[in-house]
Ligand binder design. Sequence first.
Ligand code: MN
Length: 194
Amino acid sequence: MFNLIDLPYAPEALSPAISAETLSFHHGKHLATYVKNLNAALPGSGLEDLPLEEIVCKAQGGMLNNAGQTLNHNLYFTQFKAWSAENAPSGPIAEAISRDFGSFDAFKAEFAAKGASLFGSGWVWLSADTQGRLAITQEGPAGNPVQKGLKPLLTFDVWEHAYYIDYRNSRPDHLAALWNIIDWAEINRRYAER
Ligand code: MN
């Protein structure tokens, strides 16, 4: 059984990138439903004793949809911190971004472009291989880089439920605002775990 994660910040802390109202629906309704449906499907599936990452690699159909959405949203909501005007990576992840993308600005441009151009619902991910090399990938509605043997580091949710209350149809404006709330200490922690 999996529990709905707690948010590690106050509901209004991410505004204006993400409003308290969006969080109340996205975390309190959407993620809560994915967790509830995952828990309902687990008993007797043969997967009920596995970590969530392994379930996402082995499950199919509705189980995969709900497990993938639970894992993705757990990583998504715990990668944020209170909004700040000046926010940029430091430490090993900053060095790796400069090495693999040329600069933080070039990385942001590619990440935002892949988020904006992803057709329909899905996720854009930054992940690392075991050597620490970084990659940006577009994934489908419940996709996660763990399915490709990669360590997921950072993700933007481009499902309309992630931004429609605050940004209506303007997905690019929403994605551009997220750079002000990324908790790069958490991204460094994930990068060190690869
Ligand atoms: Mn979502």
